[in-house]
Design a protein around this ligand. Structure first.
Ligand code: ATP
Length: 453
């Protein structure tokens, strides 16, 4: 993890937010290369799940929704984590996380922390004398709501209170009727929403795995439970998620697993929930969740808002509240997975490489003039750059020797480097060097786009 964090900073993928003021807990900025990678992940998700499917539509809802949305959804009452405090340092921790590391340290596999209610956690902490990471006593766990509150200036008093959204999904539910009425969608269909969410997370120090501000890509897939078998639908979504991670993002299957939520752990409204876990440098952790949430959310909003949320079946005229399957992904967690999976210390060649899938790499290709003070070479290289830049994000480098330029591009994951040399001026060919094999081949400029793919 330290190596990843160092690389992210050194090469401009991730910076600590407001570093000059000492940083802000659980907050990170994405540098010039990180911004490209993040955008590539987001665009691939949108392309695969929204644009390529006739049964999906996209949405872009607000961060600030009507505050009653979060009352109706149940977040105001129960979107919380169990918080404990170190009685000496006053540092705060999640009780479940402290219990989890205690269980790991003591080799205990008979207890599943996900199954514990808050009172059970309290008893377990007392019985086993679990301390804070600094070795001090901790307080009894209490529920800590994760929603951030803020206020709208134009409204006076208590009515001004609003929440920064804790997830992107609720915007889909509140717009459900508008989507049905304004488009030609018919069940089953899905709605995808992507954007920032905010959670007042207690746990610190997990880099971009868990932050207070993060991006989510969530889907609600609506269906009629009388005509669609939810088990088959859930399986097809699990397959689509697995395919996206392994094929579109190129992640190794050996670093992925499904974990089914136990009956005790699962939210009361869900009939089945799975996490797609990735083997992060600090262990197996959730990357992507999928849950069959029945008609819970639309029904809650119908009851709380008084607004009818039913769908009318065109052929039979039957009115009912659709059920949903929800695949919910974190874009920043995906970013961390992608970097972790791609990181490679290539000792044989004495270099560090990010073996990123070409469609994720911040730069698809780098263009180098062999030397920078030969006008004809530079001129030709600029032409090649401009042609490639029509289709890809292209890096330009004319500093130092070619070997150093290769090492730099390896570290930021650029799949190909193209060098324009004297031979190029004579026969229109260039040297193309492959990131993973370091092999160099001579390619005609007319074939270059095909070679890069
Ligand atoms: P966790 O158990 O790790 O807190 P969660 O089960 O609360 O996550 P969901 O509410 O299912 O997460 O959110 C869907 C996805 O959003 C998660 O799978 C994760 O990728 C991402 N996510 C959730 N919380 C955060 C966060 N604080 N920082 C970054 N990504 C997050």
């Amino acid at each position: 993890m330290d190596k990843l964090i160092a690389l992210c900073k050194r090469r401009g993928f991730v910076f600590q937010t407001s570093e000059i003021y000492g940083g802000l807990a659980n907050s990170y900025d994405y540098g010039p290369l990180g911004a490209e990678l993040l955008r590539n992940i987001r665009n691939l998700w949108w392309r695969e799940f929204i644009q390529k499917r006739p049964d999906m539509v996209g949405l872009d809802t607000q961060i600030l929704l009507h505050p009653e949305t979060w009352v109706g959804s149940g977040h105001v009452a129960s979107f919380s984590d169990p918080l404990v405090e170190d009685t000496v340092t006053h540092k705060r921790y999640r009780a479940d996380h402290l219990i989890e590391s205690w269980l790991e340290k003591n080799g205990r596999t008979d207890v599943v922390v996900e199954d514990m209610k808050i009172d059970e956690m309290a008893d377990f902490i007392v019985q086993n004398e679990i301390k804070s990471p600094d070795g001090n006593d901790i307080t009894r766990p209490r529920t800590f709501n994760l929603l951030f509150e803020t206020a709208i200036g134009a409204v006076a008093g208590e009515k001004s209170k609003v929440y920064l959204r804790g997830e992107t999904a609720q915007g889909i539910f509140t717009d459900f009727k508008n989507i049905v009425q304004s488009t030609r969608v018919r069940l089953p269909f899905g709605v995808g929403n992507i954007g920032k969410s905010f959670r007042n997370e207690i746990t610190t120090g997990q880099f971009i795995f868990r932050t207070i501000e993060f991006e989510q890509a969530e889907i609600e897939y609506f269906f009629d439970p009388e005509s669609t078998d939810w088990k088959l639908l859930l399986e097809s979504w699990k397959k689509a998620m697995w395919q996206f991670v392994t094929e579109t993002l190129g992640i190794r299957e050996s670093n992925l697993r499904w974990r089914r939520h136990t009956d005790k752990e699962r939210s009361h409204y869900s009939k089945d929930t799975y996490d797609l876990d990735y083997h992060f440098p600090f262990g197996w952790k959730e990357l992507w969740g999928i849950a069959y949430r029945t008609d819970y959310d639309l029904r809650q909003h119908q009851e709380h808002s008084g607004h009818n949320m039913e769908y009318t079946d065109q052929s039979s005229g039957r009115k009912f509240i659709p059920h949903v399957i929800e695949p919910a992904l974190g874009i920043n967690r995906t970013f961390l997975m992608v970097i972790a999976d791609a990181y490679w210390d290539d000792e044989a060649n004495n270099r560090t490489v990010l073996k990123l899938h070409p469609s994720l790499a911040p730069f698809r290709v780098a263009v180098f003039p062999l030397v920078k003070n030969k006008e004809k070479l530079v001129q030709k290289a600029k032409e090649v750059y401009s042609q490639l830049a029509e289709k890809y994000r292209v890096a330009w480098d004319d500093r130092g020797n070619i070997g150093k330029r290769y090492l730099y591009q390896d570290e930021i994951g650029t799949p190909f480097c193209v060098t324009i040399d004297y031979q190029t001026l004579e026969d229109g060919t260039v040297t193309v060097r492959d990131r993973d094999t370091t092999e160099q081949v001579r390619v005609a400029l007319t074939q270059l786009a095909d070679h890069i793919g």
